[in-house]
Design a binder for this molecule. Structure first.
Ligand code: 5GP
Ligand code: MN
Length: 343
């Protein structure tokens, strides 16, 4: 764990400030949950916060309280730039390297003259923030925001809105409280969030039971594209741009699909390769069970990173060539994969 200047941050926040809160590109439940929880908290403390995210986030997160006030850097560029220019400090939540916001927004952040405060749970943080709370042991940035409020002696300020945002972020980043990162502390916090107004059934329903028909068909296509490499305990899914179009793909539709590959008996390493013709890349998600580090795998071979058991990356090659590359890497990891996870 790294804690840097948190007391100084507390002093800095004693007077009302203009504050921008940033989440990573392609924001997920934890990015939106943590940034919006921080937004509601800072509002309550008398600050003027603005959440700025690089691009669109999934429809199943648009019900989150405060979602209507979120600025999108790609779509509401002037408004976002204005908020950043006016701000006294920028909070970076759920990411730890400026390139994670995408090229355009990265350029703006790199020129930012004031200080950053980082709260994040990914490995190998960049040294860009004056104020920093980094802990790779914690399941989610949202749980870290709860601990941050503890450090600020402000847990009593958590209301229904903050509780709802934090619950959502913790729930989505723990695969609904099932990953190894879920601890008894996580469950105690979740209990407290329910006491403070988070409606667990509604949150689960809003996030997981709000599929469009097209999304289910896309899932069907993804599953029929699944390939299994039993000798490497590996399974992967491909999805081309044409297939996405055929099932009216919307942002977020492929979220969680990689977990189906990992749900196969005896599979410890799963990947999904999603073609994005607009960006000219194949976006990849990696998941693993046990000791095999997909963070390291993504860093070494696919310009990515993340956590030991959940990471992402990209490839500039065609889909076919990307799969050839992926398959050619597997033999090197055969032994590691074999012993990664014992039941
Ligand atoms: P997902 O596969 O759900 O997009 O991401 C899994 C985890 O890996 C998340 O914690 C996410 O922040 C991280 N991640 C995803 N893509 C990238 C990437 O391109 N670079 C890095 N450094 N991390 C990524
Ligand atoms: Mn996260």
């Amino acid at each position: 764990m790294i804690l840097k200047q948190i007391e100084a941050l507390q002093v800095f926040l004693e007077k009302p400030k203009n504050i921008v809160i940033v989440g990573h590109r392609n924001p997920d439940g934890d990015a939106m949950g943590s940034t919006l929880a921080m937004y509601h908290y800072l509002l309550k403390k008398g600050h003027q916060p603005t959440v700025v995210v690089p691009n669109e986030y999934p429809q199943f997160l648009h019900w989150l309280p405060g979602s209507n006030d979120v600025c999108r850097f790609d779509k509401q560029n002037k408004q976002s730039q204005r908020a950043i220019k006016k701000s006294d400090i920028i909070f970076l939540l759920d990411f730890n390297a400026l390139h994670r916001v995408g090229v355009d927004m990265q350029k703006t952040l790199e020129k930012y003259p004031n200080d950053f405060a980082m709260i994040d749970h990914h490995q190998q943080p960049d040294d860009v923030a004056k104020y920093m709370y980094s802990d790779t042991e914690i399941c989610s940035a949202s749980q870290m925001v709860y601990h941050f409020l503890e450090m600020m002696n402000d847990v009593h300020l958590i209301d229904k809105e903050i509780a709802t945002c934090l619950y959502t972020g913790i729930m989505t980043d723990t695969g609904s409280f099932r990953f190894r990162s879920t601890t008894s502390t996580t469950h105690k916090i979740i209990a407290d969030l329910i006491d403070k107004g988070a409606e667990n059934d509604k949150i689960h329903n809003n996030v997981y039971d709000s599929n469009s028909y097209g999304r289910l068909l896309l899932l069907g296509q993804s599953l029929s594209n699944l390939q299994i490499k039993p000798e490497y305990k590996t399974a992967f899914i491909t999805l081309t741009d044409d297939e996405k179009k055929r099932f009216s793909f919307e942002k977020g539709d492929t979220e969680g699909v990689v977990n189906y590959a990992l749900s196969l008996k005896d599979i410890v390493f799963a990947a999904i390769f999603i073609e994005d013709k607009e960006q000219g890349i194949i976006k990849i998600s990696f998941r693993s069970k046990g000791s095999f580090s997909v963070n390291q795998f993504a860093r070494n071979h696919f310009e990515g990173g993340g956590h030991d058991n959940a990471a992402g990356g990209k490839s500039d090659l065609s889909m076919d060539k990307t799969i050839v590359k992926f398959n050619s890497l597997l033999p090197k990891y055969k032994e590691e994969l074999k012993v990664s996870y014992e039941n």
